[in-house]
Design a protein around this ligand. Structure first.
Ligand SMILES: Nc1ncnc2c1ncn2[C@@H]1O[C@H](COP(=O)(O)OP(=O)(O)OP(=O)(O)O)[C@@H](O)[C@H]1O
Ligand SMILES: [Mg+2]
Length: 377
């Protein structure tokens, strides 16, 4: 039909603003919860407005929905916005005094019926990162599995925060076991307990109950990044399981390609992509690095489970790959070729609309969302 354009306007109290339709200049309002799968990706070259679109969506969600929002922030750029909305910014680094305890547990943890079993899974994955190589042996797993109920005994008897175990307790318990592997594991953990990497050997002292949480891992050293991301992911599951059935949890992961590079972190990211939906979670991966993203072994799993893609300006090589992958026509490709910041294509289920957004600069929100150094200053 001539003179018709595809529109995206979902009339619901939970719909969020995604810009103007570039053809008709009508508003684009959409609610990701209405999608078969609300998982999302934001792709674009540096400076094309990826983080900005993510911030706009989360600000909108905070204002009109009662969803919780969690951000994994590797560049330390979401703090201004989060503080504006009175959220909690948690700086995870060896210099910081904000602590996250990887052994935190609550009665809803995991599937709910056996919190400690699910926690044990997480602790094993963490120790696997600690020992490196080919991971834990069957004997080591058995010894850890025996120690865990013992270190949580006091907390389950009297669930006060001061009774929550920390890594030190696990260390002592492993060291006290008869088997040699117990002592070996304790030695391998030592650097994380009393050594230079002891960031995670403290009780949590941050308010994880806030509606808006930002984990700033910019200053976390490279040795701790993987463990740090694992610990954050665990806190996200914690939150999602608490919210399950009551409200949705939005989880934003900036510089998403970093997580997909490594097998261990890639596999639990995929876990999120596959299982989050049923728990009322809405994850969004943000990346400028389409080649790294597409190189990941898990990429098919990610694309197959993503019904929301915000595509901003693309580099020429990436554009062709994405066009093939997402079946974009040549006229549509124009919208992601040398486009201005905040302009591109929005994939929402089977709907594809070109969008543009010129966010007014004389607003507090803009000042809190920009990353241009001169404006931030
Ligand atoms: N919708 C918009 N309206 C007005 N300005 C925008 C919009 N989107 C982005 N910008 C401008 O572009 C700048 C860069 O955007 P942003 O920080 O989102 O880039 P990015 O794609 O995340 O880059 P990087 O990959 O380097 O993180 C913002 O600081 C803002 O000034
Ligand atoms: Mg960015």
């Amino acid at each position: 039909m001539p003179f018709t354009t595809e529109e995206l306007f979902i009339n619901s109290s939970n719909s969020l603003y995604y810009g103007l339709n570039a053809l008709s200049h009508n508003l684009i309002m959409a609610d990701r919860k209405k999608l078969k799968n609300p998982n999302g990706l934001i792709l674009g070259t540096p400076g094309s407005g990826k983080s900005f679109s993510a911030k706009r969506e989360m600000a909108n969600a905070i204002l009109v929905t009662d969803d919780d929002v969690i951000i994994c922030d590797p560049e330390g750029e979401y703090g201004n916005l989060v503080r504006q909305f009175k959220g909690e910014v948690i700086k995870v680094s060896s210099k910081s005094k904000d602590y996250l305890n990887p052994l935190d547990i609550n009665s809803n943890y995991g599937d709910g019926d056996a919190p400690l079993k699910d926690k044990a899974n997480f602790i094993m994955s963490m120790l696997e990162l600690v020992v490196g190589g080919s991971g834990l042996t069957a004997e080591e797993k058995s010894v850890i599995d025996r120690c865990l109920p013992k270190i949580y005994e006091k907390y389950f008897e009297n669930p006060e925060p001061c009774n929550m175990p920390i890594l030190q307790d696990l260390y002592d318990m492993l060291k006290g076991q008869e088997e040699k592997v117990g002592k070996k594991l304790a030695t391998e953990m030592e650097i994380y307990v009393s050594g230079s990497l002891n960031v995670f050997n403290h009780r949590s002292n941050v308010d994880l109950n806030k509606k808006l949480l930002c984990f700033d891992i910019k200053e976390l050293g490279s040795q701790l990044k993987k463990i740090g991301m694992l610990v954050i992911q665990d806190q996200v599951w914690n939150k999602v399981s608490q919210n399950r059935g009551n409200k949705s949890t939005r989880y934003y992961i900036d510089e998403f390609h970093l997580l997909l590079k490594d097998e261990q972190t890639a596999s639990y990211s995929v876990e999120i992509w596959k299982r989050f939906r049923k728990w009322g979670g809405i994850p969004t991966g943000i990346t400028q690095n389409v080649k790294d993203l597409l190189m990941s072994k898990e990429i098919e799993n990610i694309f197959d489970n993503t019904d929301f893609v915000l595509m901003l300006n693309q580099a020429s090589g990436d554009r062709e790959i994405l066009a093939r992958k997402l079946k974009i026509s040549l006229p549509q490709l124009r919208y992601v070729t040398n486009s201005n910041e905040g302009e591109g294509l929005l994939f929402f289920g089977n709907t594809i609309v070109p969008f543009l957004d010129k966010f007014p600069k004389d607003t507090i929100l803009y000042q809190k969302m920009t990353t241009k150094p001169e404006e931030v200053r």
